[in-house]
Design a protein around this ligand. Sequence first.
Ligand code: NAD
Length: 340
Amino acid sequence: MVKKEMKKNVYSFYLSLCPDKEHFIRKAFAKEKVYIHCAALTSENMHTDTEILGVFVDSKLDNKMLDAMPNLKLIVTLSVGFDHIDLEYAKKKKITVCNIPNYGENTVAEHALALLLSIAREIPDSVNRVRSGIFSYEELRGFDLLGKTVGVVGTGRIGTYFIKLLQGFGVNILAYDPFPRKELMSEYNFKYVKLEKLLHESDIISLHVPLTKDTKHLINKKTLSQMKKGVVIINSSRGGIVDGKALLAGLEKGKVFAAGLDVLEGEEYLKHPQDIHDAKEQKRREEFIDTIHHLTSHPQIIVTPHNAFNSNESIERMFQLGVDTIKRFNQKKALKNKLV
Ligand code: NAD
């Protein structure tokens, strides 16, 4: 008797940020039809027969893209953030969307702390100094964290882990979140306060919020004016949370001492200028690029290339959780990480 062949699913993965994981994906879905690209999704490399799609944050999934894949059933974004996907439109089209919310809260929080310590102890300039053959600490005096007030905006997974990491530094911690988890206050010795108070009293402000309509440009001319003179700002969440032009003005006026940024508004235009064919998009790129250039070249700003998530351990967890999500979806099991 001839065995009836099971229908294969069609998978497309866009592994721009982790091309080294191609083998892992091929092995996990060895019996399926799998397309793998080591780039972000674009209209040029898209497969219209895709049913299950795996992407990173640099693959923009707007209504045009979603319409172009009529068989799409599931999108798994290998990230915590999902502001690159039009969730409402996906829901309308009955496409399930999942993120990977818990692959690396420690990883991102450790990076935020690394940015802060690098600023506090002048690490980038110190290293450059020695590399240039000058072994002198002149003008490289830093500051202690001990005794400072750290304001944490957003106390979800990453913000809470950041607070946990700060426990050994002898800092005073203030936090703001519209959905406070008050039970954490006594465990980690911090206080929830209103945003205005946090801005007014913090020596250091670290941002751990998603990019939404409410958080876009949360750090702007007005909120900067409410901050202490000489504040240090750390952003490891999304570039759009900080108004770059206002930050540069704050640095010019001496209101801001320094900033550590893992993310930049418009960073997608830095990575893929060749993918921009449309004039409107090209104009948007120009708007961002000028500010990005000023931010990345400013002596009091350190920028890392959206790298906070990127550790050996977090990537292992991310891919394993991504594959588990797809398998659970195929088995019609409940998905805790379903966004729509
Ligand atoms: P989470 O959902 O666990 O926590 C987000 C918290 O922000 C929640 O407690 C929420 O109530 C709070 N919040 C929402 N709006 C707010 C506002 N207006 N003011 C203050 N708080 C607000 O998310 P998470 O896992 O902690 O991740 C936070 C963000 O970090 C993600 O959304 C993502 O954008 C970013 N991220 C960046 C990297 C990186 O590599 N740089 C990696 C992972 C995540």
